[in-house]
Design a protein around this ligand. Structure first.
Ligand SMILES: Cc1cc2nc3c(=O)[nH]c(=O)nc-3n(C[C@H](O)[C@H](O)[C@H](O)COP(=O)(O)O)c2cc1C
Length: 394
């Protein structure tokens, strides 16, 4: 069967700035499945999950790989913090690439949100000191300049490992409150040096230096068509207070593009229907976030919309102000979403989770502990599906 006329725009190919051509506009967006070992090594369950989704989208991004233990967010996430991880990551890259997709690994440091660092070491790092009471009383250690340089080196080393593992690219994520965002945010950065909040260039500095270091490794060691992506949250607000506004974010993106040849920008945030979220504060208040980002980027690189895109109609809607559409949780229960849509079988797309499908879906059963509550935030899977997932570990 042929693609239904109205959905054809989603199946137009797209060339990334390095010449890599993708068959359609869908992206398998990052989502940790919490199924690696406690030491951060890739498991058979990780591989089976990735293989089952190898044909889900022509561009695929792994869940967060942590670049050091102090940056670890998920208990059973996977690490890229030393060379021992390369062997497992090689297998993961192969599994994702099995049907011709391009596989990108996401490199992350969760900063003060590194739950596992807090659990294991009793501390977390951030741009500046904070004394917090939840989930337990703890101190956010301010990063010394030396520690900043150390983390930048870790991003570079992780990039080197990603190349060795055979990934087609790396994505640096600043989004959803990770460390790069924390430096950029006036909420969590109270430093008084050149990385502090005194002006936007200082707040941007850490992110810019990470991107420059990653680019340098790519220039020296990666194949010519190696991809570099960036994922960011275009605005940070608390009530009517602004951690940073959309106009700051767009400035940040322009500076990043001066030091790094990024091949796409993915936008992301926590919440429902993020793909069409409006800007909450500042000059662009009320405008659709992705529309503003898309307009500002102005075709220099593709923009990827994510968050809440769980139906063909929403994918089409998101494509009005983006070049690619990313979905994370929908592929958990419907890895064949894109294939069905391509073949005009959209009526068969089913995001429900039926117990008899579990084996075919290769869902790692123990894994979804701690994860479903994150899925509750976005709500792209129905409550019934999320309850089925909860049953797996209750
Ligand atoms: C269980 C779970 C794990 C996630 N892991 C990651 C991750 O590793 N890296 C990341 O950038 N985003 C992660 N996210 C955020 C998603 O990429 C995405 O922003 C969110 O799920 C909304 O998109 P969706 O409606 O397509 O699921 C995660 C989300 C969930 C629910």
């Amino acid at each position: 069967m042929k693609t239904t006329e109205q959905y054809r725009p989603l199946f137009e190919s797209i060339a990334l700035p390095n010449g890599i051509e993708l068959d359609n506009r869908f992206v398998l967006s990052p989502m940790i499945t919490n199924s690696s070992t406690a030491e951060g090594y890739v498991t058979q369950e990780d591989l089976a999950y990735a293989e089952r989704r190898a044909a889900s989208a022509p561009l695929q991004i792994t869940g967060a790989a942590y670049i050091e233990e102090y940056g670890q967010l998920f208990e059973y996430g996977f690490s890229i913090d030393d060379d021992h991880s390369i062997e497992g990551l090689k297998k993961l890259a192969q599994a994702m690439k099995k049907d011709g997709a391009k596989a990108i690994i996401q490199l992350t440091h969760a900063g003060r949100f590194s739950k596992i660092s807090l659990k294991d070491f009793g501390v977390v790092y951030g741009p500046s000191e904070m004394r917090l009471k939840t989930p337990v009383e703890h101190t956010v250690l301010p990063m010394s300049r030396r520690k900043i340089r150390h983390v930048i080196t870790q991003y570079a080393d992780a990039t080197r490992r990603a190349i060795k593992a055979g990934f087609d690219g790396v994505e640096i994520s600043s989004a959803q409150r990770l460390l790069i965002q924390a430096f950029f945010s006036t909420f969590s950065n109270q430093r008084d040096d050149e990385y502090g909040p005194q002006n936007i260039d200082n707040r941007s500095r850490f992110g810019i230096e990470v991107m420059a270091a990653v680019q340098e490794v790519i220039d020296k060691e990666a194949p010519a068509d190696f991809l570099l992506g960036f994922r960011g949250t275009p605005e940070e607000t608390r009530g009517n207070k602004i951690g940073y506004g959309a106009e700051d974010f767009l400035y940040f993106m322009d500076r990043i593009m001066e030091v790094a040849n990024i091949h796409y920008l993915a936008t992301a945030s926590w919440g429902k229907n993020i793909y069409k979220q409006t800007i909450r504060q500042g000059k662009f208040k009320g405008e659709i976030m992705n529309e503003k980002v898309y307009e500002h980027i102005g075709g220099r690189i593709p923009v990827m919309a994510t968050g809440g895109i769980n139906s063909p109609e929403k994918a089409l809607e998101a494509l009005q102000f983006s070049d690619m559409v990313g979905a994370s949780t929908p592929f958990v229960t419907e890895p064949d979403f894109v294939t069905k849509l391509k073949e005009g079988r959209e009526a068969e797309i089913d995001l429900g989770l039926h117990p008899e499908e579990l084996a075919d879906l290769a869902i790692p059963e123990r894994a979804f502990k701690d994860l479903v509550e994150l899925m509750d935030i976005g709500g792209s899977l129905s409550e019934a599906s999320r309850d089925e997932l909860r049953k797996l570990y209750e």
